[in-house]
Structures are given as C-alpha cells and as structure tokens.
Design a protein around this ligand. Structure first.
Ligand code: SAH
Ligand code: SF4
Length: 348
C-alpha cells in the first residue's frame, strides 16, 4: 500500500498515465480489492508487476479472542512469520474522539518495543522491527473485514512506540485520513507515545488535527524513572515543554495516560502533583488500574484507592476518567497475546 504521491511516482516509472493512481486507490480503499487481479480496468502487465512487489493483504488473520459484543482481539501474522495484535473495542467510552458508542480500533506500530517500560508486556521481549505503513493500514482494513463493522475511532496504543517509527507512521496517517484513502477524520485518531520529545515536536507540524496521548504514569522524574527508562533521556520538564508546543499548534486537549500501580505512583501525593502538571497544559487524564502481566510483579491498587486518586484530580478541576475494565480477560493489554503465541502458550 502506498500514498497517493508514492503511487503516482511509481506509475510514472512504469510509463502509465496519472489517472491510474486514482483507479488503483479506488480499488484498494473503496472497493476493498483483495488482489490485484480484481482490478479489471488496469492493464494486465501493470497488475502483474505491482502484485509482485505490493501485496494487498500483507497480514494473515490467525486468531480472534473475544466475542461480537465485547472487545475483540485479532492476532495477525506478518509476511516474515512474526505477529502483531489489533484490538477492536465496541461502544467505547468517550475517551478519545468525540462521541461514545463508536468502534475503536487499537493498532500496533512495531513488533515488540525497544523502550522497556517495566510494567508493559510489549517491551518484555525487546524490539524486533518497525511495521511498514501498509502493515499498519492493513490492520484497519482487516479488522473491518473480519468484524463487518466500520472503524470510526483509531488509537495507536497497541504494540510498539509509534513515534519511534516516525516516517511509516506519517505515511500511514496520510493513507488513513485522506479522502482517497480510508477517510477517517483526524480528530478521531489518537497517537500515544511514552514521551519521545523530538518526535512530538515534529508530529506537531503534521498538517492534520490528530490527537496526542502521553503515557505519563508518573508525575515527576523520580517516580517516572523507576518505571520508564525513556524518562532518563527525556525528563518530565522537557516533555511538558514539547506538550506546550503541541498545544500551540493543535486545538484539542492532550490526554495523559496514567496506569495506577500500588506502591509506585498511586498515592494522593502523586495525584496532587499530577493535577498540577495536567492543569499546566490543560490536559485530561485517563486513569487505568494496572492490568496484570504474567511474569511481572506489579499490583493494581484497590478500587477505593483508584477512586480516591481520581477525586484528588476532580477536586483540582482536572477532568479525569477511570477506565472501565474492558478486555482484561482476553489479554487485551498491549503485547500480551502475541507474547503467548510466540512462547507457544496459545492453542490454535
Ligand atoms: N508505546 C506507546 C504506545 C503503546 S500504548 C505508549 O507507551 O504510549 C500502550 C498503552 O498501554 C500505554 O499507555 C501503556 O502504558 C499501557 N500499558 C502497558 N502495559 C500495561 C498494563 N500492564 N496495564 C495497563 N496498561 C498498560
Ligand atoms: Fe513500549 Fe509503550 Fe510498552 Fe513502554 S508502554 S514498553 S513505550 S509499548
């Protein structure tokens, strides 16, 4: 899968007229062709030449967990035999995007992750590779095909650090938001990052109103350093400078993601510091009680402690949500399903 301009260039190399680009994009995104053979208005030699290099279905569906009414998790096989996960969340709460009652898809951007946050399954096995833009976009096309539902909210919160795969992310965003592509509104798309400062500044220049979520998980350097190695490189003060720059370019609130972990970051003192931080950039906060990961020792706080944490934020005038449990039973926290598959713990 290519962007409009990449495709136009390629067609020129093949001595083809420019209107072929529109024809091909129409087949891929509107008619959802599964193979180049279906593109009956293209010359056969061209179809054959492109089919060899640009498979329309680079991902193979391997396994679905969950049911139609609940969170569904798709395990997808890449051409090199590796796996990624995509999670479809029906009628999601209005955390990202504008309306509730929508189908949110959570896509992966890399196989594994190099950032090694200490609570996260994706980082456990290290980093394998970036996903191509086509592999990112294919997750959406495949999820729509498998579910028969239209994805109208998209979050880059699956496996991987999207901002560490910057070029492919931007190409994918172009394919997703353009009217020649999937035509999903930029305001319905949230990119989540552990806080890569230079790339946040670069993404602020992206010409569409996409949303930004920050995996904060600690309101100060001391707390954050304990669980997120990335903070040593980009400390909290630098991160918030970048977020102020983001705010100056985009007119939507940033979301601060905050996993609550017992004895690490979940005290009322932490909540008070977090409230100040969030207010300083007019961000909203999404609280997530820690999801147990096999092999990791962290513990989720009691419901009462989570609620108390939230009320400190609310009293300080910070808008906060405490995420309803969804997908906990199907290993929906990022990276968990793929890890089991690769360790041979999943029945086919
Ligand atoms: N790398 C990016 C995108 C992945 S998002 C980022 O970190 O923002 C994956 C989200 O799931 C992040 O907010 C991450 O912090 C969260 N997460 C990871 N492990 C988790 C766990 N065990 N319980 C709850 N949330 C978790
Ligand atoms: Fe990577 Fe994000 Fe998991 Fe950290 S939380 S290890 S950055 S996927």
């Amino acid at each position: 899968m290519l962007t409009h301009s990449q495709l136009a260039e390629l067609l020129e190399e093949h001595g083809q007229p420019a209107y072929r680009a529109t024809q091909i994009l129409d087949w891929i995104y509107k008619k959802r062709a599964r193979s180049w053979d279906e593109m009956s208005n293209l010359p056969e030699v061209l179809r054959d030449a492109l089919a060899e290099k640009y498979p329309l279905r680079p991902l193979k569906h391997t396994l679905t967990k969950g049911s139609k009414d609940t969170t569904r998790k798709f395990l997808l096989e890449l051409p090199d035999g590796r796996y990624v996960e995509t999670v479809l969340i029906p009628a999601s709460p209005a955390l990202y995007g504008e309306t509730s009652d929508r189908h949110t898809l959570c896509v992966s951007s890399q196989v594994g992750c190099a950032y090694g946050c200490k609570f996260c399954a994706s980082g456990l096995d290290g980093f394998s590779r970036n996903l191509t833009a086509a592999e990112i976009v294919s997750q959406i096309i495949l999820a729509e095909e498998l579910s028969g539902e239209k994805v109208n909210n998209l979050v880059f919160m699956g496996m991987g650090e999207p901002l560490a795969n910057f070029t492919n992310l931007c190409h994918a965003l172009e394919m997703i938001t353009s009217d020649w592509g999937l035509n999903i509104g930029a305001r319905r798309i949230t990119v989540s990052t552990s806080g890569l400062v230079p790339q946040i500044k670069k993404l602020a220049e992206f010409p569409r109103q996409i949303r930004l979520a920050i995996s904060l998980h600690g309101p100060d350097d001391e707390t954050r350093n304990k669980i997120m190695p990335v903070n040593k490189k980009f400390p909290v003060a630098d991160l918030f400078d970048a977020l102020r720059l983001w705010n100056s370019k985009k007119n939507q609130k940033i979301t601060l993601e905050y996993i609550l972990i017992e004895g690490v970051n979940a005290s009322v003192e932490h909540a008070a510091v977090l409230a100040k931080r969030a207010s300083s950039i007019k961000a909203k906060v999404n609280l997530i009680p820690y999801n147990t990961v096999e092999g990791l020792e962290w513990v989720r706080p009691s419901d009462a402690d989570c609620t108390r944490f939230k009320s400190v934020l609310s009293k300080a005038g910070v808008s906060a949500t405490l995420r309803l449990e969804k997908g906990h039973d199907i290993d929906a926290a990022c990276g968990q399903l793929r890890l089991k598959k690769e360790k041979g713990q999943l029945a086919e």
